[in-house]
Design a protein around this ligand. Structure first.
Ligand SMILES: Nc1nc2c(c(=O)[nH]1)N[C@H]1C(S)=C(S)[C@@H](COP(=O)(O)O)O[C@H]1N2
Ligand SMILES: [Mo]
Length: 523
């Protein structure tokens, strides 16, 4: 069942190690971005609505990079079962949402769509693909230092693409849907909700009865089985990730540091020192297993992994420098790319912060921060300063981190930040299984323990979150590592299931957008 797609890409100085050949269809999108950004003229052939030959060429080549050619007017139930024909006619899932055309948005990201190096520099791991939520976490932030809003660009790109407008009969409803309040939302988020059936109360037993009396075969109008006693049989554990599944995030230009020239300068200590790599290697080495999650890991996303780490504890580094100079409260790191953070020294020591020299039993790769990454266990990946070249102990205020506040309600849509869960199996929507067949299920839950928060439960639902089957996370689990669930689930009814999982913390707060996966169950 498990299939590993993720590849750690090794940049030769750029964040994007691999560059996919442009096909006509992607070239058309790339061109639209270049025009929108007012950059140099495109070198690839232009595809216009009237250029039929180019359009046919684009369509012929789409298979190469995973672009599926859909047609909005050829109705398709897609990832949903079709029951009595409602889904083919009314939902048209097969022609809607990002992934109906872009099987994996990694192809889009890793092509020429961004005028500068894209932060995300690896394909999705754990057998998964990137979807809309993997983009929207950063691109809807609209913060000064966040990613640009993509909504306006995406509209330009699609309406400038003859593949979308003409060949695929694309329109607003290819990507959008309205919710019960009449607001325009993304089809990719709305399809997991009860409202997608046409009834906001799809999990209500009286609706079930109403549909039964009208001769509808299943429990909801769009053939979604409403199972309010979900029996899921999983064990919890804290395994390490396969390295190939681990994501890469490079915010700035990737520096290439050499072992010979590398130095780490430590100031604000009693004996200020400049360490070479060999001297760091000769200090006491400590091993740990720690989960790294990108702060922008979305609900059901893959920007997370559990890493076996080896390196020098901050406490040992401080000792090698004769202690922190009197009065200093804060440590400020700088990476060779100028990324870095300030944190309270006591907090860092409590979290067992370390200077990592190895991940998975080998030296760090360039993308992992070669030769040295400052690891902050229990805190989101953005604080793990890679390529760290200077550490200064001082009396400054720590970096203000408004984003780090544990404020689930204040987060946008799928953006979960410090509390998250996801499915690894089934890895993709539309996975087809048989009634009575044991389906392998697996996934993770994690809670950043930045402010002492602890993951206490993992909960599952197959009735749009009306009822939850909860599992307690064992008290002896390490809160600085994720909790994985793994086991089976045996569906007993034909139809579409929307399986959901969410993380719940010890104070009762929980992930507000559960991770959903659509499963097609047939007789
Ligand atoms: N120097 C430096 N450190 C950095 C970054 C960066 O851009 N530069 N990105 C941060 C972010 S946002 C994340 S999620 C992690 C990603 O680490 P990885 O690529 O090893 O998975 O590194 C963090 N450390
Ligand atoms: Mo990140």
């Amino acid at each position: 069942m498990k299939r590993t797609m993720g590849k750690k890409t090794e940049g030769k100085g750029g964040g994007l190690g691999r560059r996919l050949a442009l096909t006509g269809a992607v070239a058309a999108l790339a061109l639209a971005v270049v025009v929108a950004a007012g950059c140099q003229p495109a070198t690839t052939a232009e595809v216009t609505a009237t250029d039929t030959a180019a359009q046919e060429q684009a369509l012929a080549e789409t298979g190469v990079d995973g672009m599926a050619v859909t047609n909005f007017q050829e109705l398709s139930a897609g990832d949903f079962t079709d029951g009595d024909g409602f889904n083919g006619r009314n939902m048209n899932d097969g022609n809607r949402g990002c992934n109906s055309c872009h099987a994996d948005l990694w192809t889009t990201i890793s092509g020429d769509v961004a005028p500068i190096q894209h932060v995300l520099a690896s394909a999705a791991g754990y057998g998964k693909t990137y979807g809309w939520t993997d983009c929207t976490t950063c691109h809807t932030f609209n913060a000064a230092l966040g990613a640009p809003r993509l909504d306006t660009r995406i509209h330009n790109i699609h309406y400038a693409s003859a593949t979308f407008t003409d060949a695929e009969n694309g329109n607003c409803w290819s990507c959008h849907e309205t919710n019960a309040d009449g607001e325009l939302v993304m089809y990719d988020e709305q399809k997991y909700t009860a409202e997608a059936s046409g009834y906001a109360n799809a999990a209500d037993p009286s609706l079930d009865n109403w549909l039964r009396l009208r001769g509808r075969s299943n429990h909801s109008a769009n053939d979604v089985v409403i199972d309010n006693a979900l029996a899921i049989n999983v064990d919890l554990s804290q395994p390490t990730s396969d390295e190939a599944d681990m994501y890469v995030a490079n915010n700035y230009v990737v520096p290439e540091l050499s072992a010979e020239d590398y130095t780490l300068t430590v100031t604000g200590v009693n004996n200020e020192r400049t360490f070479t790599l060999d001297v760091l290697r000769a200090l006491p080495q400590t091993e740990a297993v720690v989960t790294q999650d990108c702060f922008t890991n979305a609900s059901n996303s893959v920007l997370i992994g559990n890493i076996p780490i080896k390196g020098v504890l901050l406490a040992d580094l401080i000792e090698a420098c004769g202690g922190v100079a009197d009065g200093n409260t804060t440590l400020t790191n700088a990476g060779a790319d100028e990324w870095g953070h300030s944190n309270n020294i006591d907090f860092l020591l409590e979290q067992n912060a370390m200077i990592a020299l190895e991940y998975w039993g080998h030296e760090l790769t360039v993308n992992q921060g070669y030769p040295v990454t400052f690891v902050l266990p229990g805190v989101s990946g953005l604080m793990w300063d890679k390529w760290v070249v200077s550490m200064d102990f001082n009396t400054n205020d720590p970096t203000p981190n408004p984003w780090m506040l544990y404020d689930v309600a204040g987060m946008k849509r799928q953006f979960q930040g410090t509390i998250c869960a996801g499915w690894f199996s089934p890895a993709k929507d539309g996975t087809e299984v048989k009634v009575g067949e044991a389906v392998p299920v697996s996934g993770y839950a994690y809670l950043d323990n930045y402010a002492g928060h602890e993951l206490s439960q993992i909960a599952f639902s197959a009735d749009y979150g009306t009822t939850w089957t909860t599992l307690d996370v064992p008290a002896d689990f390490d809160q600085k590592q994720w909790t994985r669930f793994e086991g089976t689930w045996t569906p007993d009814t034909a139809g579409t299931y929307i399986l959901q999982v969410k993380a719940i913390d010890a104070a009762g707060s929980e992930q507000y957008v559960p991770a959903s996966v659509i499963v097609k169950v047939t007789e």
